[in-house]
Write a protein that binds this ligand. Structure first.
Ligand code: ADP
Length: 384
Protein backbone atom coordinates (compact mmCIF):
# COMPACT_ATOMS: atom_id res chain seq x y z
CA UNK A 1 0.00 0.00 0.00
CA UNK A 2 2.82 2.42 0.84
CA UNK A 3 4.53 1.74 -2.50
CA UNK A 4 1.30 2.20 -4.43
CA UNK A 5 0.40 5.38 -2.60
CA UNK A 6 3.80 6.95 -3.20
CA UNK A 7 4.06 5.68 -6.75
CA UNK A 8 7.26 3.76 -6.01
CA UNK A 9 8.17 1.22 -8.67
CA UNK A 10 10.55 -0.75 -6.47
CA UNK A 11 10.93 -1.81 -2.84
CA UNK A 12 14.25 -2.28 -1.10
CA UNK A 13 13.38 -4.51 1.86
CA UNK A 14 16.45 -3.64 3.94
CA UNK A 15 17.38 -6.45 6.30
CA UNK A 16 14.10 -6.47 8.20
CA UNK A 17 11.35 -9.00 8.46
CA UNK A 18 10.08 -8.61 4.88
CA UNK A 19 13.49 -9.15 3.30
CA UNK A 20 13.36 -12.96 3.42
CA UNK A 21 9.65 -13.44 2.94
CA UNK A 22 8.87 -15.11 -0.42
CA UNK A 23 5.14 -14.35 -0.07
CA UNK A 24 6.04 -10.67 0.02
CA UNK A 25 8.18 -11.08 -3.11
CA UNK A 26 5.20 -12.64 -4.87
CA UNK A 27 2.90 -9.83 -3.68
CA UNK A 28 5.36 -7.32 -5.19
CA UNK A 29 5.49 -9.25 -8.48
CA UNK A 30 1.69 -9.29 -8.66
CA UNK A 31 1.51 -5.54 -8.04
CA UNK A 32 4.17 -4.88 -10.69
CA UNK A 33 6.61 -3.53 -8.12
CA UNK A 34 10.25 -4.53 -8.37
CA UNK A 35 11.45 -6.39 -5.29
CA UNK A 36 15.14 -5.58 -4.77
CA UNK A 37 16.37 -9.09 -4.07
CA UNK A 38 16.21 -12.68 -5.27
CA UNK A 39 13.17 -14.45 -6.73
CA UNK A 40 10.61 -16.05 -4.44
CA UNK A 41 11.69 -19.50 -5.63
CA UNK A 42 15.40 -18.92 -4.94
CA UNK A 43 14.43 -17.60 -1.51
CA UNK A 44 12.27 -20.64 -0.84
CA UNK A 45 14.90 -23.10 -1.98
CA UNK A 46 17.40 -21.70 0.52
CA UNK A 47 14.82 -21.08 3.26
CA UNK A 48 14.72 -24.65 4.56
CA UNK A 49 17.97 -25.80 6.13
CA UNK A 50 17.74 -29.40 4.83
CA UNK A 51 17.00 -28.37 1.23
CA UNK A 52 19.72 -25.71 1.34
CA UNK A 53 22.28 -28.23 2.59
CA UNK A 54 21.33 -30.72 -0.10
CA UNK A 55 21.69 -28.04 -2.80
CA UNK A 56 25.08 -26.98 -1.42
CA UNK A 57 26.31 -30.57 -1.32
CA UNK A 58 25.37 -30.96 -4.97
CA UNK A 59 27.25 -27.77 -5.79
CA UNK A 60 30.34 -29.13 -4.03
CA UNK A 61 30.18 -26.76 -1.05
CA UNK A 62 31.30 -28.48 2.19
CA UNK A 63 28.42 -28.76 4.68
CA UNK A 64 28.32 -29.71 8.37
CA UNK A 65 28.34 -33.55 8.44
CA UNK A 66 24.95 -34.96 9.40
CA UNK A 67 21.60 -36.24 8.24
CA UNK A 68 19.22 -33.98 6.33
CA UNK A 69 16.97 -36.48 4.56
CA UNK A 70 13.26 -37.24 4.50
CA UNK A 71 13.08 -40.07 7.06
CA UNK A 72 11.79 -38.60 10.34
CA UNK A 73 11.30 -41.87 12.19
CA UNK A 74 12.58 -41.35 15.77
CA UNK A 75 14.59 -44.57 16.01
CA UNK A 76 16.09 -44.00 12.55
CA UNK A 77 17.14 -40.46 13.58
CA UNK A 78 18.65 -41.84 16.80
CA UNK A 79 20.71 -44.25 14.70
CA UNK A 80 21.83 -41.38 12.49
CA UNK A 81 22.92 -39.40 15.56
CA UNK A 82 24.89 -42.42 16.75
CA UNK A 83 26.73 -42.76 13.47
CA UNK A 84 27.40 -39.00 13.23
CA UNK A 85 28.87 -39.25 16.76
CA UNK A 86 27.91 -37.22 19.84
CA UNK A 87 27.61 -34.35 20.58
CA UNK A 88 25.07 -33.58 17.86
CA UNK A 89 22.76 -30.69 17.14
CA UNK A 90 19.11 -31.25 16.23
CA UNK A 91 17.74 -28.39 14.14
CA UNK A 92 14.22 -27.64 12.99
CA UNK A 93 14.64 -27.27 9.21
CA UNK A 94 12.44 -24.17 9.16
CA UNK A 95 14.11 -22.72 12.28
CA UNK A 96 15.69 -19.31 12.68
CA UNK A 97 17.15 -17.10 15.37
CA UNK A 98 18.39 -20.16 17.26
CA UNK A 99 14.83 -21.48 17.78
CA UNK A 100 14.13 -25.19 17.38
CA UNK A 101 17.79 -26.06 17.96
CA UNK A 102 18.90 -28.61 20.56
CA UNK A 103 22.39 -29.82 21.45
CA UNK A 104 22.52 -33.47 22.52
CA UNK A 105 25.56 -34.80 24.38
CA UNK A 106 24.70 -38.47 24.64
CA UNK A 107 22.32 -41.11 23.26
CA UNK A 108 20.27 -41.31 26.45
CA UNK A 109 18.95 -37.75 26.04
CA UNK A 110 18.35 -37.95 22.28
CA UNK A 111 14.65 -38.91 22.26
CA UNK A 112 13.65 -36.17 24.67
CA UNK A 113 15.57 -33.46 22.76
CA UNK A 114 14.20 -34.67 19.45
CA UNK A 115 10.68 -34.21 20.74
CA UNK A 116 11.50 -30.73 22.04
CA UNK A 117 13.04 -29.62 18.72
CA UNK A 118 10.08 -31.01 16.78
CA UNK A 119 7.62 -29.33 19.11
CA UNK A 120 9.41 -25.98 18.84
CA UNK A 121 9.67 -26.28 15.05
CA UNK A 122 5.97 -27.04 14.81
CA UNK A 123 4.91 -24.28 17.21
CA UNK A 124 7.14 -21.48 15.86
CA UNK A 125 7.43 -22.34 12.16
CA UNK A 126 4.60 -24.79 11.50
CA UNK A 127 7.08 -27.50 10.50
CA UNK A 128 8.27 -30.34 12.73
CA UNK A 129 10.88 -31.70 10.28
CA UNK A 130 14.39 -31.78 11.70
CA UNK A 131 17.93 -32.39 10.56
CA UNK A 132 20.83 -33.65 12.62
CA UNK A 133 24.33 -32.21 12.54
CA UNK A 134 27.65 -32.94 14.10
CA UNK A 135 28.15 -30.36 16.84
CA UNK A 136 31.28 -28.38 15.97
CA UNK A 137 33.03 -27.60 19.26
CA UNK A 138 35.09 -24.42 18.75
CA UNK A 139 34.06 -22.91 15.42
CA UNK A 140 34.41 -19.43 14.08
CA UNK A 141 31.53 -17.89 12.13
CA UNK A 142 32.80 -16.90 8.71
CA UNK A 143 30.48 -15.89 5.88
CA UNK A 144 31.01 -15.26 2.19
CA UNK A 145 29.32 -12.39 0.33
CA UNK A 146 28.08 -13.18 -3.17
CA UNK A 147 26.35 -11.09 -5.82
CA UNK A 148 24.56 -12.30 -8.93
CA UNK A 149 22.75 -10.41 -11.70
CA UNK A 150 20.03 -11.39 -14.16
CA UNK A 151 22.55 -11.88 -16.99
CA UNK A 152 24.34 -14.93 -15.55
CA UNK A 153 27.19 -13.00 -13.93
CA UNK A 154 28.15 -13.81 -10.36
CA UNK A 155 31.02 -12.67 -8.15
CA UNK A 156 32.00 -13.07 -4.53
CA UNK A 157 33.24 -10.22 -2.35
CA UNK A 158 35.35 -12.26 0.06
CA UNK A 159 34.43 -13.09 3.62
CA UNK A 160 33.48 -11.55 6.96
CA UNK A 161 34.28 -12.91 10.39
CA UNK A 162 31.26 -12.56 12.70
CA UNK A 163 32.38 -14.84 15.53
CA UNK A 164 31.93 -12.22 18.23
CA UNK A 165 28.34 -13.10 19.13
CA UNK A 166 26.09 -13.24 22.10
CA UNK A 167 23.30 -15.84 21.92
CA UNK A 168 23.81 -16.06 18.16
CA UNK A 169 23.47 -12.26 17.83
CA UNK A 170 26.45 -10.67 16.12
CA UNK A 171 28.13 -7.88 18.09
CA UNK A 172 31.37 -7.10 16.22
CA UNK A 173 32.11 -8.06 12.61
CA UNK A 174 35.21 -7.66 10.51
CA UNK A 175 36.63 -8.25 7.05
CA UNK A 176 38.75 -9.97 5.96
CA UNK A 177 38.68 -12.86 8.46
CA UNK A 178 41.95 -12.95 10.44
CA UNK A 179 44.21 -15.84 9.52
CA UNK A 180 42.27 -17.07 6.48
CA UNK A 181 44.85 -17.61 3.74
CA UNK A 182 44.57 -16.28 0.19
CA UNK A 183 44.21 -19.88 -1.10
CA UNK A 184 41.41 -20.71 1.36
CA UNK A 185 39.68 -17.45 0.46
CA UNK A 186 39.88 -18.10 -3.25
CA UNK A 187 38.71 -21.68 -2.92
CA UNK A 188 35.65 -21.02 -0.74
CA UNK A 189 34.78 -17.91 -2.77
CA UNK A 190 34.83 -19.87 -6.02
CA UNK A 191 32.64 -22.64 -4.51
CA UNK A 192 30.10 -20.06 -3.35
CA UNK A 193 30.04 -18.46 -6.80
CA UNK A 194 29.38 -21.85 -8.36
CA UNK A 195 26.56 -22.57 -5.89
CA UNK A 196 25.04 -19.12 -6.57
CA UNK A 197 25.04 -19.84 -10.30
CA UNK A 198 23.55 -23.31 -9.72
CA UNK A 199 20.51 -21.85 -7.98
CA UNK A 200 20.25 -18.97 -10.50
CA UNK A 201 20.42 -16.50 -7.67
CA UNK A 202 20.01 -12.78 -8.33
CA UNK A 203 21.09 -10.03 -5.92
CA UNK A 204 23.25 -10.12 -2.80
CA UNK A 205 23.43 -13.21 -0.66
CA UNK A 206 25.54 -14.60 2.13
CA UNK A 207 26.77 -18.14 2.66
CA UNK A 208 27.30 -18.73 6.37
CA UNK A 209 29.92 -21.23 7.48
CA UNK A 210 31.34 -22.60 10.66
CA UNK A 211 35.11 -22.63 10.32
CA UNK A 212 37.41 -24.80 12.38
CA UNK A 213 40.99 -25.98 11.82
CA UNK A 214 41.11 -24.61 8.29
CA UNK A 215 37.82 -26.26 7.25
CA UNK A 216 34.57 -24.56 6.20
CA UNK A 217 31.17 -26.14 6.95
CA UNK A 218 28.09 -24.54 5.35
CA UNK A 219 25.20 -23.89 7.77
CA UNK A 220 22.80 -21.61 5.93
CA UNK A 221 22.31 -18.88 3.34
CA UNK A 222 20.91 -15.43 4.00
CA UNK A 223 19.06 -14.17 0.95
CA UNK A 224 19.29 -10.45 1.72
CA UNK A 225 21.73 -7.63 2.42
CA UNK A 226 23.07 -8.06 5.94
CA UNK A 227 23.57 -5.68 8.83
CA UNK A 228 27.33 -6.21 8.57
CA UNK A 229 27.63 -5.48 4.82
CA UNK A 230 29.54 -2.19 5.44
CA UNK A 231 32.76 -4.02 6.37
CA UNK A 232 32.74 -5.59 2.91
CA UNK A 233 32.03 -2.20 1.33
CA UNK A 234 34.96 -0.67 3.23
CA UNK A 235 37.55 -3.23 2.08
CA UNK A 236 36.33 -3.43 -1.53
CA UNK A 237 35.22 0.18 -2.10
CA UNK A 238 31.97 -1.13 -3.62
CA UNK A 239 28.62 0.36 -2.56
CA UNK A 240 26.58 -2.85 -2.30
CA UNK A 241 23.21 -1.11 -1.97
CA UNK A 242 23.80 0.97 -5.08
CA UNK A 243 24.77 -2.16 -7.01
CA UNK A 244 21.64 -3.90 -5.66
CA UNK A 245 19.48 -1.17 -7.17
CA UNK A 246 21.29 -1.31 -10.53
CA UNK A 247 20.98 -5.09 -10.71
CA UNK A 248 17.30 -4.95 -9.70
CA UNK A 249 16.80 -2.49 -12.58
CA UNK A 250 18.05 -5.21 -14.92
CA UNK A 251 21.57 -3.92 -15.51
CA UNK A 252 24.53 -6.31 -15.57
CA UNK A 253 27.01 -6.34 -12.70
CA UNK A 254 29.67 -3.69 -13.24
CA UNK A 255 32.46 -5.78 -11.72
CA UNK A 256 34.22 -8.92 -12.78
CA UNK A 257 35.87 -11.09 -10.17
CA UNK A 258 39.32 -9.82 -11.07
CA UNK A 259 38.18 -6.19 -10.50
CA UNK A 260 37.38 -6.87 -6.85
CA UNK A 261 40.30 -6.46 -4.46
CA UNK A 262 40.77 -6.30 -0.71
CA UNK A 263 42.30 -3.09 0.60
CA UNK A 264 43.12 -2.98 4.31
CA UNK A 265 40.86 -4.13 7.10
CA UNK A 266 37.43 -3.06 8.39
CA UNK A 267 35.65 -3.57 11.72
CA UNK A 268 32.02 -2.87 12.66
CA UNK A 269 30.64 -2.42 16.18
CA UNK A 270 26.88 -2.66 16.52
CA UNK A 271 25.74 0.07 18.89
CA UNK A 272 22.72 -1.12 20.83
CA UNK A 273 20.43 0.66 23.29
CA UNK A 274 20.92 -1.86 26.06
CA UNK A 275 22.78 -2.39 29.30
CA UNK A 276 26.39 -3.32 28.37
CA UNK A 277 26.45 -6.35 30.71
CA UNK A 278 22.89 -7.54 31.29
CA UNK A 279 21.79 -6.65 27.72
CA UNK A 280 18.50 -5.36 29.11
CA UNK A 281 16.95 -3.18 26.35
CA UNK A 282 17.21 0.54 27.17
CA UNK A 283 14.71 2.58 25.16
CA UNK A 284 14.23 6.23 26.05
CA UNK A 285 15.22 9.76 25.15
CA UNK A 286 18.73 10.47 23.90
CA UNK A 287 19.75 13.71 25.62
CA UNK A 288 23.01 14.16 23.78
CA UNK A 289 24.40 12.47 20.71
CA UNK A 290 27.83 13.14 19.31
CA UNK A 291 29.11 11.09 16.43
CA UNK A 292 32.83 10.39 15.81
CA UNK A 293 34.55 11.29 12.55
CA UNK A 294 37.78 11.47 10.65
CA UNK A 295 39.39 9.43 7.91
CA UNK A 296 38.32 5.79 7.84
CA UNK A 297 35.39 6.32 10.21
CA UNK A 298 31.80 5.69 9.12
CA UNK A 299 28.65 5.99 11.22
CA UNK A 300 25.41 4.48 9.93
CA UNK A 301 22.76 5.74 12.33
CA UNK A 302 19.50 7.63 12.60
CA UNK A 303 20.28 9.05 16.07
CA UNK A 304 20.24 12.74 17.00
CA UNK A 305 20.12 14.67 20.28
CA UNK A 306 16.51 14.57 21.45
CA UNK A 307 15.62 11.36 19.60
CA UNK A 308 13.52 8.86 21.53
CA UNK A 309 14.48 5.21 21.05
CA UNK A 310 11.15 3.36 20.90
CA UNK A 311 10.68 0.13 22.86
CA UNK A 312 8.97 -1.72 20.00
CA UNK A 313 11.91 -2.55 17.78
CA UNK A 314 15.37 -4.06 17.71
CA UNK A 315 17.83 -2.45 20.14
CA UNK A 316 20.32 -1.49 17.40
CA UNK A 317 20.64 2.29 17.16
CA UNK A 318 23.71 2.55 14.99
CA UNK A 319 26.72 0.94 13.41
CA UNK A 320 30.21 2.26 13.85
CA UNK A 321 32.48 1.09 11.07
CA UNK A 322 36.18 1.83 10.67
CA UNK A 323 38.74 1.06 8.01
CA UNK A 324 42.50 0.91 8.42
CA UNK A 325 45.39 -0.28 6.28
CA UNK A 326 45.96 -3.16 8.71
CA UNK A 327 43.83 -4.87 11.35
CA UNK A 328 45.98 -3.22 13.99
CA UNK A 329 45.32 0.27 12.67
CA UNK A 330 41.61 -0.50 12.24
CA UNK A 331 41.48 -1.46 15.92
CA UNK A 332 43.28 1.76 16.84
CA UNK A 333 40.76 3.79 14.83
CA UNK A 334 37.89 1.93 16.46
CA UNK A 335 39.30 2.61 19.91
CA UNK A 336 39.53 6.33 19.09
CA UNK A 337 36.11 6.48 17.43
CA UNK A 338 34.44 4.70 20.36
CA UNK A 339 35.98 7.16 22.79
CA UNK A 340 34.64 10.10 20.73
CA UNK A 341 31.10 8.71 20.58
CA UNK A 342 28.67 10.23 23.07
CA UNK A 343 25.17 8.87 23.69
CA UNK A 344 23.67 10.35 26.84
CA UNK A 345 20.32 9.61 28.45
CA UNK A 346 20.10 5.88 27.73
CA UNK A 347 22.30 2.85 28.33
CA UNK A 348 24.30 1.61 25.37
CA UNK A 349 26.81 -1.18 24.82
CA UNK A 350 29.62 1.32 24.02
CA UNK A 351 31.53 0.39 27.23
CA UNK A 352 31.48 -3.28 26.23
CA UNK A 353 32.89 -2.45 22.79
CA UNK A 354 35.64 -0.41 24.44
CA UNK A 355 36.62 -3.39 26.59
CA UNK A 356 36.46 -5.85 23.70
CA UNK A 357 38.51 -3.83 21.21
CA UNK A 358 41.47 -3.98 23.64
CA UNK A 359 40.93 -7.55 24.77
CA UNK A 360 44.16 -9.52 24.09
CA UNK A 361 42.33 -12.54 22.64
CA UNK A 362 40.25 -10.38 20.29
CA UNK A 363 43.36 -8.39 19.41
CA UNK A 364 45.16 -11.61 18.42
CA UNK A 365 42.32 -12.48 15.98
CA UNK A 366 40.53 -15.76 15.34
CA UNK A 367 38.31 -16.04 18.45
CA UNK A 368 35.56 -18.71 18.39
CA UNK A 369 31.81 -18.12 18.62
CA UNK A 370 31.98 -18.96 22.35
CA UNK A 371 34.47 -16.20 23.19
CA UNK A 372 31.99 -13.49 24.20
CA UNK A 373 29.89 -15.66 26.52
CA UNK A 374 33.04 -16.92 28.23
CA UNK A 375 34.42 -13.37 28.47
CA UNK A 376 31.19 -12.11 30.05
CA UNK A 377 31.21 -14.94 32.60
CA UNK A 378 34.85 -14.42 33.51
CA UNK A 379 34.58 -10.65 33.86
CA UNK A 380 31.33 -10.96 35.88
CA UNK A 381 33.04 -13.41 38.24
CA UNK A 382 36.08 -11.12 38.57
CA UNK A 383 33.97 -8.11 39.55
CA UNK A 384 32.03 -9.97 42.27
P1 ADP B 1 19.45 -20.05 12.94
O1 ADP B 1 18.82 -20.07 11.58
O2 ADP B 1 18.49 -20.42 14.03
O3 ADP B 1 20.22 -18.79 13.22
P2 ADP B 1 21.90 -21.50 12.23
O4 ADP B 1 21.88 -22.82 11.55
O5 ADP B 1 22.29 -20.31 11.42
O6 ADP B 1 20.47 -21.29 12.94
O7 ADP B 1 22.84 -21.58 13.50
C1 ADP B 1 22.89 -20.54 14.45
C2 ADP B 1 24.15 -20.61 15.26
O8 ADP B 1 24.22 -21.84 15.99
C3 ADP B 1 25.46 -20.59 14.47
O9 ADP B 1 25.89 -19.27 14.16
C4 ADP B 1 26.40 -21.26 15.44
O10 ADP B 1 26.76 -20.35 16.46
C5 ADP B 1 25.54 -22.34 16.05
N1 ADP B 1 25.61 -23.61 15.30
C6 ADP B 1 24.86 -23.95 14.22
N2 ADP B 1 25.18 -25.17 13.76
C7 ADP B 1 26.15 -25.64 14.56
C8 ADP B 1 26.91 -26.87 14.61
N3 ADP B 1 26.69 -27.86 13.75
N4 ADP B 1 27.84 -26.98 15.59
C9 ADP B 1 28.04 -26.00 16.50
N5 ADP B 1 27.38 -24.83 16.51
C10 ADP B 1 26.43 -24.64 15.56
Amino acid sequence: AAAKQTGANAIHPGYGFLSENPDFVEACNKANIIFVGPSASAMRSMGLKDAAKALMETAGVPVVPGYHGENQDASFLAQQAQSIGYPVLIKARAGGGGKGMRKVDAAKSFAQNLEAAQREGKASFGDATVLIEKYIEQPRHIEVQVFGDSHGNTVHLFERDCSLQRRHQKVIEEAPAPGVTAEEREKIGALCVKATLDIEYEGVGTFEFLYQDGEFFFIEMNTRIQVEHPVTEMITGIDLVREQLLVAAGLPLRYEQSDIKITGHAIECRINAEHPRTFMPAPGKVKQFHSPGGIGVRVDSHLYSGYTVPPNYDAMIGKLIVHGDTRHSARARMRQALSETVVEGINTNLPLHQDLIDNPEFAAGGISIHFLDRYLKETAAASE
